[in-house]
Design a protein around this ligand. Structure first.
Ligand SMILES: [Zn+2]
Length: 134
C-alpha cells in the first residue's frame, strides 16, 4: 500500500462503478477532479478505441474536459478506466501511458472482489494507494 491514502467522495466512486457497468464489455474512461487533494467530481469520457483491453481519449475531448475542470474551479487530480473482465492492476500499456505523474490512476473491475483500486506511477512503476471514501 502507498504512503498516503487518496481521498474521494462516495458519489464519485459510485459514478465510476456505474460507468464501468454501462460500458461493459468495453473499457470506460474518464477524468477526476477536486480541490485540496480530495476528488469530488468525475468527468466521464469517450473511449475513442471502443476496446475491451485499452482506452484512449482523443485530444479535442481531453482539452475540452480539462477546460471544463478549470472552469469549475477544480484541479485535475486523477484518471480512471475499467478492466472489464480482468483484475484491476495496471497493464504494461497503462504504465507506459501514465503521462500525469501528479495524478492518481483508478482502475475499476466491475466483477472483482475489490472493484476499485488506485495507483500512482513513479518513474513508470506503479504503487498502490489506499482509498479513503469520504
Ligand atoms: Zn488498464
Amino acid at each position: 500500500m502507498g504512503p498516503h491514502p487518496v481521498k474521494i467522495r462516495a458519489a464519485v466512486v459510485d459514478r465510476m462503478l456505474c460507468h464501468a457497468r454501462v460500458e461493459w464489455p468495453l473499457e470506460c474512461c474518464g477524468l477526476l477532479a477536486g480541490t485540496d487533494g480530495m476528488i469530488t467530481a468525475a468527468f466521464p469520457a469517450t473511449n475513442a478505441l471502443a476496446s475491451p483491453c485499452e482506452f484512449f481519449v482523443d485530444a479535442a475531448e481531453l482539452i475540452g474536459t480539462l477546460r471544463r475542470i478549470r472552469e469549475s474551479d477544480l484541479k485535475h487530480l486523477g484518471i480512471y478506466h475499467s478492466h472489464p473482465d480482468t483484475e484491476n492492476v495496471p497493464s504494461a500499456r497503462d504504465a507506459a501511458m501514465a503521462f500525469y505523474p501528479s495524478c492518481t490512476y483508478f482502475i475499476v473491475s466491475p466483477h472483482s472482489i475489490r472493484p476499485l483500486r488506485a495507483f500512482e506511477f513513479v518513474n513508470g512503476k506503479a504503487a498502490e494507494l489506499d482509498i479513503e471514501v469520504v
